[in-house]
Ligand binder design. Structure first.
Ligand SMILES: Cc1cc2nc3c(=O)[nH]c(=O)nc-3n(C[C@H](O)[C@H](O)[C@H](O)COP(=O)(O)OP(=O)(O)OC[C@H]3O[C@@H](n4cnc5c(N)ncnc54)[C@H](O)[C@@H]3O)c2cc1C
Length: 621
């Protein structure tokens, strides 16, 4: 099975994506147009991404100092070629309206198409950030902001960043300290948006500096001080600004004036090295703009307000579901890349002989290691984690389409289901497809531990995903502290109803009935644990074991996904005659036999509100 056949099965046989073409927004599309997009992305990924995955890891971004003292980033030529090919494919504006040059593509197809790039070379391109940035402006920006900034990002002429984190404000964005002050008389009348001067430091900014595009459009969270010059505590005071690296006029043309945004340095990362990661100084006077500013000599980065003051985080969070599904897909595809590499290796590496009742027969040739039961266990674990995660991501992507285009109660249900499932869509592949990468290394033995094989890079690249876009602990707190409780637990009930429907369908197949019963029991265990965690109403106790809760919740969700996928596989091939069906049934069985039983241990500490970790004092460590 290839990635393409797996995606085709999930998109078409399982999720019936072609049915979306009956909706007004997608009426110009068909199975053929969806396939054409997948074909194009698969080809570009194969030609422009995959061959350079190791190169961008080895030749990580570096800086050279320019005569004016500023730092210039040097990247391999292949990165520019990949960027150009991606932009030319139209994927930067895949979801946008035809009239603004987009493809009006369902998000589920866009997400599936982007999977090919993540599998081929996750870090060579930064298209996801540019698209997220421009999509945000299309929702919250003014007409001119869309025209000048977003459209130039969609064409690939400009690229985009998301500047949230600061050295002292990572998980806790309420502590953002970058300030924005009105830029003199008439600041509100600037046609590009209320004009401010920003000053502060942004840490960890992906693609924060490079020369792949004519300009870089930073979206920056900053606080506008109150009348006393103080920053409002908490997230309420956070506003959002467009801060271009180079200033532009109302036509989007570069004015020749550099904005006061300076690269302080690059972060040298464990993996994901094809993308620059930067510490940016805003407004320190490195590139003064005109007069005035913070020091009267032009210091302060020029920024244009997006949306209302104080509503910056809401604008950012508007894009959160898709951003987190994007992270989940990246994690999944890195796992999948490792699975394919280790499967190939296992089929070709002769080592050892089978152990029969009379012991081993040394006169016989060695077998390929895929013949060993333990290697099969490691392969099946990877397959069940990665193909299961891919199905989950595409299911969530389909919910995004339902939310945007189904209308009525269906759209609202999709919104609420997404609220509950998004922490899982982001975190589950980040943890378990990383584990898949570890198993891929194990299958390679000593060779897997060297840089002669790609699997160690996949693991290093994947290690990021539990950290960014809300760390694991933050996602878990969000799930147990907010998502399962919101709207009186309606999201959890909706999810339970979907699972119950799947269990009923699966019951028609004797091979799946037992798995359906196991899922029903797991669902009951999660419901009881949720209730017991909150039995005292004390968040400190309830949330002390939020991560084990998220692990159990995630495993239950994945068991459901596998049950539903296996049901569809059997509907198409009841005799299990094709290798694809045999593989899917094997992976589903693996998940139910080896993985789902783990939830009992995770939930036991949740239910008893175990404080072993929470209560141990600092000095006892
Ligand atoms: C390669 C890379 C790319 C990135 N790209 C971007 C980008 O483009 N734009 C951007 O704005 N940011 C970006 N980030 C920043 C990323 O989002 C932050 O690293 C992340 O939010 C965590 O912040 P921190 O690193 O300050 O860790 P901290 O917030 O200091 O957290 C450290 C650890 O403490 C724990 N922790 C912290 N708070 C809590 C809590 N409340 N409950 C439980 N546990 C907690 C977690 O285990 C966490 O892993 C990137 C980071 C990396 C490494």
């Amino acid at each position: 099975m290839t990635l393409r056949t797996t995606i085709d099965f999930l998109l078409h046989d399982w999720l019936n994506t072609s049915a979306l073409t009956e909706r007004e927004r997608f009426v110009d599309h068909s199975r053929e147009t969806f396939d054409a997009v997948l074909d194009t992305c698969e080809r570009i990924a194969r030609e422009k991404y995959a061959p350079f995955n190791r190169l961008v890891d080895v030749e990580e971004p570096r800086t050279v100092t320019e005569p004016d003292g500023s730092l210039r980033v040097v990247l391999p030529a292949a990165t520019l070629e990949a960027h150009k090919a991606y932009a030319a494919s139209g994927m930067l504006s895949a979801a946008q309206d035809f009239e603004v040059g987009g493809m009006q593509l369902p998000y589920s197809v866009e997400a599936a198409a982007n999977a090919f790039f993540a599998c081929a070379s996750v870090s060579i391109g930064s298209g996801m950030l540019t698209t997220g940035n421009a999509n945000l402006l299309m929702t919250h920006g003014t007409a001119l902001q869309k025209e000048v900034f977003a459209k130039n990002e969609f064409s690939g002429r400009f690229s985009g960043t998301m500047c949230l984190s600061e050295p002292q404000a990572g998980s806790s964005l309420s502590d953002v300290a970058t300030r924005a002050m009105p830029d003199g008389e008439g600041f509100e009348a600037d046609p590009l948006g209320g004009r401010y001067r920003l000053k502060g430091n942004k840490m960890w900014i992906s693609s924060g500096e490079h020369e792949l595009t004519d300009n870089i459009i930073h979206l920056v969270l900053a606080k506008i001080p109150d009348a006393d010059g103080k920053l409002v505590p908490g997230t309420r005071g956070i506003s959002l600004f467009i801060v271009p690296k180079k200033l532009v006029d109302t036509q989007g043309a570069l004015t020749g004036v550099r904005n006061d945004v300076a690269l302080a340095g690059l972060n040298h990362k464990l993996g994901w090295r094809g993308t620059t990661n930067t510490l940016l100084n805003f407004g320190e006077g490195t590139f003064p703009v005109g007069q005035g500013g913070y020091d009267g000599k032009g210091s302060g980065a020029v920024g244009y307000l997006v949306g209302q003051p104080g509503k910056g985080l809401q604008c950012m969070f508007h894009m959160m579901n898709e951003a987190r599904i994007g992270v989940g897909i990246a994690a999944t595809m890195l796992g999948m890349a490792g699975y394919y590499a280790s499967l190939d290796y296992a089929r070709n590496r002769p080592q050892g002989r089978p152990m029969g009742v009379g012991g081993k027969d040394a006169s016989q040739p060695q077998v390929a290691i895929i013949e060993h039961a333990d290697v099969k266990r490691m392969l099946l674990a990877q397959k069940s984690y990665c193909e299961g995660a891919l199905a989950l991501e595409l299911y969530c992507a389909r919910l995004v389409d339902e939310h945007h285009t189904a209308g009525g109660a269906t759209a609202d249900d999709a919104r609420l289901l997404l609220e509950v499932l998004t922490p899982i869509a982001k975190s589950w592949p980040s943890e378990w497809c990383l584990e898949a990468n570890s198993l891929a290394i194990q299958i390679h033995g000593g060779y897997g531990y060297t840089r002669d094989f790609p699997v160690e890079q996949y693991w290093r690249d994947n290690r990021l995903n539990m950290i960014h876009e809300g760390t694991h602990g933050i996602q878990a707190t969000d799930l147990l502290g907010r998502k399962v409780l919101m709207e009186e637990g309606r999201g959890l009930k909706l999810l339970a109803a979907r699972m119950t429907t799947s269990i009923a369908h699966a019951a028609l197949f004797p091979a799946l009935a037992v798995h359906g019963a196991a899922l029903a029991q797991a669902l009951q265990q999660v419901a009881v644990a949720t209730q017991k965690a909150w039995a005292t109403g004390n968040p400190t106790e309830a949330l002390a074991n939020a991560v084990p809760y998220m692990q159990a919740f995630g495993h239950t969700v994945l068991a459901w996904i596998w049950l539903d996928v296996a049901t569809k596989a059997l509907e198409h091939d009841p005799a299990q005659s094709s290798p694809a069906t045999q593989g899917r049934m094997g992976a589903a069985r693996f998940f139910f036999h080896y993985e789902l039983p783990k939830i009992a241990a995770w939930l036991s500490v949740v239910e008893s509100r175990d404080t072993t970790c929470a209560a141990l004092p600092d000095h006892a460590f």
